[in-house]
Design a protein around this ligand. Sequence first.
Ligand SMILES: Cc1cc2nc3c(=O)[nH]c(=O)nc-3n(C[C@H](O)[C@H](O)[C@H](O)COP(=O)(O)O)c2cc1C
Length: 185
Amino acid sequence: MAHFLVVYATTEGQTRKIAERVRARLAAAGHQTTLVDARAAVSQELGTFDAAVLAASLHVGQHQKEIVQFIRNHRARLERVPTAFVSVSLSASSTEAKDLDGAWAAVDEMFEELDWEATRVHLAAGAVHDRQLGFLKRWMIHRILREKGVEMDPSGDMEFTDWLALDLFLDTFLAHCVTPGRAIA
Ligand SMILES: Cc1cc2nc3c(=O)[nH]c(=O)nc-3n(C[C@H](O)[C@H](O)[C@H](O)COP(=O)(O)O)c2cc1C
C-alpha cells in the first residue's frame, strides 16, 4: 500500500469533484490517500507521501495561483515521487485542435514558470454550473459555449467530464508508479 497525496484547486467546484473521484479510485485500489485543498495546504502538515496527484482548473488561460504556490512550496518533495497533474477546462471538452493546443499550452506555461513538470498529465473536461457564476462570468461562459455550437442546458448545469477517461488515466499512472525499479506499493 502506498500513500497518495491528492491536492486540488477549484473555483467553481468541479475540480474538487474530480479530486474526490481520484481519491476514491486510489482508495479502491488499496492505497492510503490524503485529499488536500491547495488553499488550506499552506498551513497544513502533509506528512510523507509516495506519489501525488495535483489538479487545478483553467480560468482565463491560467490555473489557480494556489496550485502554483503549492508546487513552489513543496517542489523538492514533489520531485522525489511520481506525480500526475490533471488540468480541468472547457477546452479539454473540445474536438478542435486549437482548443486542445491551448489547454496543453497553459499546462506547459505553468510548468515552465515553475521549472517543474509532472510525470504524467491529463486534460479533463470541466463543467458549467450557472448558480456558481455571477452574471458576467455566466454570460462569458455561455458565449464561449455558443461559439462552440453548444447551447447551455436550461437546468443551468452542464458536465463535460469524461469520468472513464479520468479512471483510465489514473490506472495508467498507478501502473507507472508500480513499475519495477520505481515501485512504491
Ligand atoms: C470565468 C471563467 C473563465 C474560464 N476560462 C477558461 C479558459 O480560459 N479556458 C478553458 O478551457 N476553460 C475556461 N473556463 C472553464 C473552466 O475551466 C471550467 O468551467 C472548469 O470546470 C472550472 O473548474 P472548477 O469548477 O474546478 O473551478 C472558464 C470558466 C469561467 C467561469
